[in-house]
Design a protein. Sequence first.
Length: 365
Amino acid sequence: MAKNRGLFQSITEDVDAALAIEALSPEQEAPAVDLSGGPLTMRLDDIRNPHNAPHGKRRPDMARYLWVSPEKCRPWRHHNRLYHLLSAETCADLIEGFRAIGRQQHPAWVRQLRGEERFDDQGQEHDFEIIMGVRRHWTVSYFQRQGETNKDGAPYEFLVHVCDKLSDAEAFLLSDADNRARKDISDYERAHEYRWALEHLFNDVITQLANALQMDRTNVSRIIKLTEMPPELVAAYPSELEIQTAHWRYLAPYFQPDKPGSQASAQRILACAEKIRALRREGNGKAPADGTETFQWLKAAATSTPPRSSPETLKVVHAAGSGQVALKVLRTARSLIFELPHAARASPEERREILLAAAAELLVD
């Protein structure tokens, strides 16, 4: 955490210094704006959602800070989050916070798009690319899709801090520092982000990348190797978010052609992955319920050791805040098993409510 804060500080100080010069016009001094804590910590208590103002209108008290329509923004192409996996569950903390405050409190960092880069692969036009704050963008978009307004009856809009002078390297480091400490950013997402940065920003020199990230070189290398996982194995998992670096670190040697017996092991692993995908397509409760169970199946296939007879999964409930599995109900030949994983980070009240609801549904005559 201390390293992440240091990374934030170095980048924000450089950007703030550049923007302070850029904001001054020859005729007029820039209005006083307190950026002493950087854009990540600035207080916006005196700012109101300008729902009656045109999108993108600059407020006189906010140099380079704009309220914009989320439709005018898209994630940076190399952002580390898989946007399609965001949901009301994974953004529940932001949804609750926005509702309580009535607006977005901390700005997202964006760069202005120009020319052909304004158009995405589907031909849709955007004004900005989001470097940091993708979950905030999703949350504002969610409110607008629902037609939900704040307690004052104003629509939610997207607050952005425009950082046109931010280089790709700085954008990469800022995005990584923003999300690295969060538990909802997956190894798989980080692996693809690091792979792109290694090839395009750090000359394929992993030591340079590790130094920039302030991480151990070995750990960075292990994360990047996750991008080598065959797509058939990726598809066997319930979600890319559940793939861990340690899973591929164990399975990877079986896909090395120079290892004796590796070809047969690799074929068994791939066959197992196809079986798991088939069970999921059928909605069969015997399919592994999460990423950990999926890995255990693949691991057993690698050594041709039959996996232990898995109980049938009857019900899986996710925690509202973290999106992690909060309750798993399994059925064996002799009993029902109610599992409450600690990793869900659900409150005692939420656990109790989930457990009682599941018991009332399943424990019937």
